[in-house]
Design a protein around this ligand. Structure first.
Ligand code: ADP
Length: 233
């Protein structure tokens, strides 16, 4: 940090520029493209639809499947294609982050499949993926109690900061992605790499809430834009 500014000139409590575009894929039931700083992410939602293989189906609710995938060209050195430990973990925690707001009882014996593709990565891809997936679900008309919004907070040069870039993630002292339903305040994902004191943790949590609130506003705005646009056509 120099004069209170970060490596990319942001203040400690500033998000990177974020842009949502709704309904970008014709063959998906719902989709969303997100640019979050240097991250470029696309989410596609299929369903509710029949479950294959059938033994996975649940008699009284839909199941939710979430696949996070990083394109081999999304990072500086080519990433080996296909699932690895990291992407399996991120798929699991992202599904758990979104699952609580989906009203699954409306669609027994069905599945809702969420695919998140990371086209370009610059730290915070799980959050960008969750934000895109949440909007894509709404675009697909999946009934939800609220939208899930996500961002990371962390500690760099002994300062608690919002929304780390790659360099800050690499050299920082802590990185803590959070996802929540801003309306109810329910936190649905919280992970931490590194170390924070209790005081710093509380400060970071507050900062994450403001970040998620800004993201939620942009998600809502993007959905309104799309559907208002269609009304006028
Ligand atoms: P997140 O993207 O959610 O912050 P991580 O903290 O695991 O997840 O990763 C931080 C960043 O490290 C990623 O956004 C990406 O820029 C980079 N990264 C992750 N995996 C790889 C990889 N296999 N090769 C190169 N860079 C990677």
């Amino acid at each position: 940090m120099k004069n209170g500014k970060r490596i990319d000139d942001r203040l400690a409590n500033e998000l990177r520029p974020v842009k949502f575009e709704v309904g970008v894929l014709e063959r998906a039931d719902g989709s969303c493209y997100v640019e979050h700083g240097g991250n470029k992410v696309i989410a596609a939602v299929y369903g509710p639809r029949a479950v294959h293989p059938r033994h996975l189906q649940e008699a009284n609710r839909a199941i939710i499947r979430y696949r996070y995938n990083m394109a081999s060209f999304s990072v500086e050195e080519r990433k080996r294609p296909g699932p690895d430990r990291r992407s399996i973990e991120i798929s699991k925690v992202s599904r758990e982050a979104i699952d609580p707001v989906i009203i699954k009882e409306f669609y027994p014996r069905s599945t809702i499949d969420i695919f998140v593709e990371i086209l370009q990565a610059d730290a915070g891809t799980r959050s960008a993926g969750i934000n895109a997936a949440s909007v894509a679900l709404a675009d697909a008309g999946v009934p939800m109690r609220g939208l899930i919004s996500s961002c990371a907070v962390g500690k760099v040069d002994d300062t608690v900061v919002l929304d780390l870039v790659k360099e800050e993630d690499n050299y920082g002292q802590a990185d803590m992605p959070i996802a929540m339903d801003v309306r109810t305040g329910e936190v649905t994902l919280l992970q931490m790499d590194g170390h924070l004191t209790l005081e710093e943790f509380e400060q970071a949590l507050e900062l994450a809430k403001t970040g998620c609130a800004s993201i939620a506003e942009m998600q809502r705005e993007a959905l309104i834009q799309k559907y208002r646009g269609e009304e006028n056509e």
